[in-house]
Design a protein around this ligand. Structure first.
Ligand SMILES: *Cc1c(COP(=O)(O)O)cnc(C)c1O
Length: 342
């Protein structure tokens, strides 16, 4: 029986076209600016994100860390949502490598208001760390792929402008947000000075992320990428896949993942003991609350695995399902049936 893997969207494999393009890639040493496809990908990514320039990096974690290093100095403070990926899931790199303090802003919805962000900004005082950067995240990972409304992002962007703070957007799944909102990726990226976006999640490239921003920002970011060991050589094989990943039709295909997530949410919410806040199923994630069932999330995930359906225990009573192009409508139906039978 086929395994239905709803653990992550990073399981996506390069498609036939990516493999073909990678196979034919003309290669060069990218550290010396001699890999034609890395140059093409970086120019194209900048254009898609509406920024002056962009760089290709091996991961989103490195992209975010390079952005932090470029924007802020040691001892300064970064304001971000309390459970933002940069704070919760990047091994403390902001502190350990960049020497930054991270000030979490708490908001139960996962989306702090501009006022809440404003009240976390330190006044100029010799006792306080200096606030220098605000980080936003779309779609928000810990909160199940929800999308901060553009209005909210614009208000924070304007606030940052008034206070002379920079804004970095962790847009690992910015593509999902753009497709769900029906706007160009550049509209979302327009609410930040710099943006990191992943090629290796729903878009299906095997490796890589891009970081985009102004010309001087990216020139400096290039140095930090090299410092962190992200100066790779014949990257053309990877960048060929990245260029296919960024084609409009490949981005638009994320709608299918979103439709599958809604189908999964609706199916699960009809099962007694399972609760899904369907209005928070906005992209390719479904968080199912099973606190009214006899099981913990871990129990249920283990039982599901026995039925060849893979999901993640995200909290004691919360199961996370992530749709991707590796799971079709039939797989979704099998997952719902699996939970129902348990
Ligand atoms: C996955 C992810 C990252 C990091 O990307 P990697 O390529 O896995 O290092 C950063 N931010 C968010 C929101 C993510 O989901």
């Amino acid at each position: 029986m086929k395994v239905v893997d709803l653990r992550r969207d990073t399981i996506t494999l390069p498609d036939e076209r990516m493999r073909e393009e990678a196979f034919r890639a003309v290669l060069g040493d990218s550290v010396y600016g001699e890999d034609p496809l890395q140059q093409e990908l970086e120019q194209y990514a900048a254009q898609v994100l509406g920024k002056d320039a962009a760089i290709f990096l091996p991961s989103g974690t490195m992209g975010n860390l390079v952005a932090l290093l470029t924007h802020a100095r040691r001892g300064e403070e970064v304001i971000l949502e309390e459970s933002a990926h940069i704070r919760s899931s990047e091994t403390g790199g902001a502190a350990a490598v960049a020497g930054l303090m991270l000030r979490g802003v708490r908001n139960l919805s996962g989306i702090p208001t501009a006022d809440e962000v404003a009240s976390a900004v330190r006044p100029e005082d010799i006792h306080y760390p200096r606030s220098s950067l605000i980080c936003l995240e779309t779609t928000h990972y810990r909160y199940g792929g929800i999308i901060p409304p553009l209005e909210n992002m614009k208000e924070i962007w304007e606030l940052a402008g008034r206070l002379h703070l920079a804004v970095h957007l962790d847009g690992a799944r910015l593509w999902n947000a753009a497709v769900a909102l029906g706007v160009e990726p550049s509209v979302i990226a327009g609410c930040a000075d710099s943006v990191m976006a992943s090629l290796s999640k729903g878009l299906g490239a095997p490796v890589g992320s891009v970081l985009a921003g102004s010309e001087p920002f990216i020139r400096e970011a290039c140095r930090y990428r090299k410092m962190l060991g992200g100066g790779m050589r014949q990257t053309g094989w990877l960048c060929a896949c990245g260029l296919v990943a960024l084609q409009p039709e490949n981005i638009a295909r994320l709608q299918v993942d979103h439709r599958n997530a809604r189908m999964l949410a609706e199916g699960l919410s009809r099962i007694p003991g399972v609760r899904v806040e369907t209005d928070r199923v906005q992209t390719n994630f479904v968080l199912a609350d099973i606190s009214e069932s006899p099981y913990t999330a871990e129990d249920l995930v283990n039982k599901l695995a026995g039925l060849n359906v893979l999901a993640t225990a995200a909290a004691r009573s919360t199961i996370r399902f992530v749709t991707s192009r590796e799971v079709d409508a039939e797989g979704i139906a099998a997952a719902v049936e699996g939970v129902r039978s348990i």
